[in-house]
Design a protein around this ligand. Structure first.
Ligand code: WT7
Length: 649
């Protein structure tokens, strides 16, 4: 970011209910730092507790034995549904906007209550007990919300797998958490295309002993093979159950869900979130960050298969009694005007999406935006990767007509909720900056040596200095990996994996991952898992994957591949096709390399470590900035790489 860009400032908009502005934020932020227990004790009163907790927060980042609201008892489904029935039974809780623009459904809180209860009873009847894992492999249909909340109601732990992941990815996740039940659909519909979810599930669960039942939602009319004794149609099971099920008293620290995310090494890790702190934090941030007000129609366009959907389509908004939209389709179906049409149709006041979608839509031109009335909009959110100032400006001017606040929200699967962000009516905005920490969050910037960088105008690695309520508590089945990944790099701090700059005004600018994690269209992928997949191809002996700047995706996937000696084909097109197919099959389409470059050898140190820095620079055409290559086992490899790249571009 240049100094010039850092100086572009848009003053905070006047927001009713936010009269205190920056001064109030500062006072509240300071209070949250000075006495976190007193601060969060007050905030936690927004939830219904069956039984009070006897301490607010215990633990720090040295011991990392963190717990929030110890001994407090509550239930997430009760907080998201039951407690609203008194005042808003008939209010719409969920607006389901189907793939087909002509099809949508309004689900009231009363209806949500009935559906969730019935589903909870169905799970119980299938043998699911408190603490059991339920894997959910569903598209964006109401049953997805019902199943999550049903799990929460009976204390089962859900593990949602994005419906774009492959059978192998699904299988790994089911095995890792030893799910007892898998909930899927016969087919999914997205952008007019059909996804054969049941078939994929059949492949994934084959031979897995833990899976006792596969429940199938009938999303389309197509018949699928049902394995007797294992597979059941969900609608048939629901018909057997009554629409009342008491909510289980859960402990504040009981697990709520597992969500798998990629790291820099090894297989995806099962990030575990718990009950009381998670719900307190997601509901509080949903209200403050989006300036949520009674009567708002709230539209987060993410998929519930990612953490954004967990926290800001379902749990945060429903805990606040909001009306939340579940969107089954894509921003380009049937045409690039779809989001804006949804906004007009449902009079959306708050819209939340990702930079990759903003860039893709900006590339289609503003005429699509102008076709729809957007006067209901007040706040526009973005998440998933750094937003480039051009995309920010387009969102601000063309979508928001300079009337709306843009909230650039930085957070992670592991943080559970939004950590660094503007607040409407509170702080001035700078395009490309996530601005300031949320209450209770203490960002710390450290340099490579682990020295804390005090004051403004500094940059380094972003850490967090003290526990917050919605932080991940462990990695499922591997607490050691949790400690290792997040708390060992910088002692006493949670390490985010992101680079960051704090400018002269104290605003934060996230510069992207500093580890071997790629952020492709806002989706996290580990280079190691993509390489493992590529190396599984019969043509390939080894590979190295790096990210490179991509106009729409933010980061594109660049794969350097070395052929097997006896590879059947050396035709670059054949190799490229086969590598892309291999990755699609193993992980899913989202992980498919954008570029596959055939090379003779990879740049390795004498100890055999691949020097990715060199590969990144070549992928970025920065041939002159490779840095020191003298530690390579064979420095001449570099020329071969540059030649191959030049021939390719
Ligand atoms: C990584 C986390 C949190 C939901 C979606 C992604 C990047 C996320 C921003 C932002 C700059 C961002 C970071 C982070 N990221 N939001 N507003 N500005 N970077 O969750 O898959 O866990 O990925 O996404 O690099 O570490 P995730």
């Amino acid at each position: 970011m240049t100094a010039h860009e850092e100086k572009t400032v848009y003053p905070a908009k006047a927001e009713p209910g936010q009269s205190g502005g920056m001064a109030e934020y500062q006072a509240e932020y300071e209070a949250s730092q000075a006495d976190p227990a007193a601060f969060w004790d007050k905030i936690a009163q927004r939830l219904d507790w069956f039984h009070p907790y006897n301490s607010v927060c215990q633990g720090d980042f040295h011991s990392v034995a963190v717990n929030w609201f110890a001994n407090g008892k509550l239930n997430v489904a009760h907080n998201c549904i039951d407690r609203h029935l008194k005042d808003r039974a008939d209010q719409t809780a969920i607006i389901w906007e189907a793939d087909d623009p002509a099809d949508n459904r309004h689900i009231s809180y009363a209806e949500l209550h009935r559906e969730v209860c019935r589903l909870a009873n169905t799970l119980t009847a299938s043998g699911v007990r408190r603490g059991d894992r339920v894997c959910i492999y569903l598209p964006m249909i109401p049953e997805l919300a019902f199943t999550m909340l049903a799990c929460a109601r009976i204390g089962a732990i859900h593990s949602i797998v994005f419906a774009g992941f492959s059978a192998d990815s699904l299988r790994d996740r089911i095995l890792d958490c030893q799910a007892k039940v898998v909930v899927t659909a016969n087919e999914g519909l997205r952008g007019g295309r059909v996804i054969a979810l049941k078939q994929i599930t059949d492949k994934a669960v084959e031979g897995i002993a833990s899976v006792e039942k596969v429940m199938v939602v009938r999303r389309t009319e197509v018949e699928v093979e049902m394995k007797p004794g294992r597979d059941v149609w969900l609608h048939e099971e629901l018909a057997k159950e009554r629409a009342y099920c008491p909510a289980t008293w859960m402990d504040a620290e009981d697990p709520l869900f597992i969500l798998y995310t990629s790291g820099s090494t090894g297989k995806p890790k099962g990030v575990l979130h718990t009950t009381g702190g998670y719900l307190t934090y997601t509901s509080f941030t949903h209200e403050r960050v989006f300036g949520y007000r009674e009567g708002d129609i709230y539209f987060c366009a993410a998929d519930i298969g990612w953490v954004t959907g967990h926290s800001y389509i379902i749990y945060g908004p429903l805990a606040n009694g909001a009306t939340t939209i579940m969107f089954e389709s894509t921003p380009l179906y049937p045409d690039p005007g779809r989001y804006w049409e949804v906004i007009e149709r449902h009079k959306v006041s708050i819209f939340y999406t990702a930079p990759t979608a903003i860039r893709a839509l900006a590339a289609e031109g503003s005429s699509w935006v102008e076709k729809s009335d957007r006067s209901s909009l007040r706040v526009l959110g973005t998440v998933g990767e750094p937003i480039n100032p051009e995309a920010w400006e387009w969102y601000y001017r063309e979508v928001g007509k300079e009337r709306c606040t843009i909230v650039d929200t930085w957070w992670q699967t592991e943080t559970g909720g939004i950590m660094i962000t503007p607040q409407p009516g509170v702080n001035d905005l700078k395009p490309g900056s996530a601005t300031l920490p949320f209450y209770g969050i203490q960002p710390v910037i450290v340099n490579e040596k682990g020295e804390v960088q005090e004051g403004n105008g500094v940059s380094g690695h972003l850490c967090i200095g003290r526990p917050w309520p919605s932080m991940a508590r462990t990695i499922w089945g591997d607490h050691e990996r949790y400690l290792q990944t997040y708390f060992s790099t910088y002692k006493g701090y949670y390490f985010t994996g992101d680079g960051c700059r704090r400018d002269d005004d104290g605003y934060y600018w996230i510069t992207g991952r500093v580890d071997d994690v790629l952020n492709v269209s806002g989706h996290r992928l580990g280079t190691a898992e993509i390489e493992a997949s590529i190396n599984g191809s019969e043509l390939i002996s080894e590979s190295a994957v790096v990210g490179y700047p991509h106009k729409i995706k933010g980061t594109g996937i660049f794969a350097y591949v070395v052929l097997n000696r006896d590879a059947e084909s050396t035709d670059p097109d054949v190799v490229e096709f086969s590598v892309r197919e291999q990755v699609s099959r193993d992980i899913g389409k989202i992980a498919r390399p954008d570029v596959v470059l055939l090379v003779k050898g990879l740049p390795k140190t004498r100890s055999g470590k691949i020097m990715r820095r060199i590969l990144r620079k070549i992928a970025e055409h920065e041939y002159k900035k490779l840095g020191n290559t003298s530690t390579l086992a064979d420095p001449s490899v570099v020329e071969g790489l540059i030649e191959a790249h030049q021939a390719f571009v």
